[in-house]
Design a protein around this ligand. Sequence first.
Ligand code: FAD
Ligand code: DHB
Length: 392
Amino acid sequence: ARTQVGIVGAGPAGLLLSYLLHAEGIDAVVIEARSREYVERRVRAGVCEHPTVELLREIGVGARLDAEGLPHHGFSLRFDGEDHRIALTELTGKAITVYGQQEIVKDLIAAHEAKGYPVEFEVSDVALHDLDTEDPRVTYRDSAGNRRELVCDVVAGCDGFHGISRPSIPAGAIRTFEREYPFAWLGVLARTAPSHEELIYAYHERGFALHSMRSPEITRLYLQVPHDEKIDAWPDEEIWSELALRLETGDERFSLREGPILDKGITPMRSFVTEPMRYGRLFLAGDAAHIVPPTGAKGMNLAVADVTVLSRALVELLRYNRSGLAESYSDTCLKRVWRAEHFSWYMTSMLHVDPAADDFGRRLQLSQLRYTASSRAAATSLAENYVGLPFA
Ligand code: FAD
Ligand code: DHB
């Protein structure tokens, strides 16, 4: 078979790219290793930047996000036993929306189904070929086990950090930059009302904790744990008692609401960037090209920003045979990527307890937290990054 753009991966990057291309009359096929049920249930990001929300609205897939998403106009930095609110909207004029990534994935899959745009689930043995030619190919087995080949004009590698696209690039054609952190996040989804109206990023001597939510009935919580921690080491009761310790304040009005845990898992934390985000006719987008630690809530939003740039570049290339935007794709994206890398590293460093840090390091962290909470200039800088800088 032949298509203009072969898209590997049906996460936010692959699905959104496909939708944007089809809307411009460009033919694309998405292939995904997992089942539809699996990708629709995978619990991940929850914070949508202002530009992400605007884009989803503009292209007509924002109806449920508008109805069910929770607009947030601020969040708390919790340290020294009290809350210090970062007033996002007052400082920037913008808000963020709490809406689960898998809800965006569901909405995009439903939109594909409604319009008849192809998404193939449960494919296997995916391999990329002839990437340095004008007819790159994707080979794979479909869900029935039949061998398939897709000859393309362009391949979009949207298959996340563990996908096959980035490793298909010859060593030497790309450079990578990486930083690992000596901790991970244990995340839980619980059936209980949020304990506070807003997100709470808590710095505590026992480690970082985050209070978030998905709806008025569902709470999302995270705990800093050692980087090689196993989930079996954390029975539900211990998760609740540790969260209560780290989120506690001197104020009696705050008490952590508990409930049945619906999902739990551990996510390692790393910073990672690939340069350039392209090799021949293969373009990388989203987590396939870069990873940020989750503290700044930037990963999914970066994926959305990448494919916005990529869809414009591919329309120019494939409809008008103009390659300028395709040539500048990587440079354009990397500016935003490195801004998000810095912001995510900064939020992570400010809020986590580094087991190797000394008292000097801990005093610096507290000073940075107190300055951010007390200076309008510092809080505004944090807020403008958090709500999302405008797309290129
Ligand atoms: P993915 O969502 O990883 O999608 C890649 C897809 O490719 C997957 O469906 C995978 O199954 C498929 N695939 C893999 N290999 C193959 C193959 N060989 N063939 C075919 N398909 C393949 N980001 C935020 O912006 N805000 C947040 O609040 C936030 N919180 C997070 C919390 C947690 C606990 C985690 C884990 C992540 C969080 N992120 C957050 C990051 C965000 O989830 C990712 O950045 C986002 O999923 C990236 O989207 P993507 O489409 O690039 O990749
Ligand atoms: C959530 C995840 C994040 O990484 C973050 O910074 C804030 C909220 C969440 O899953 O709700």
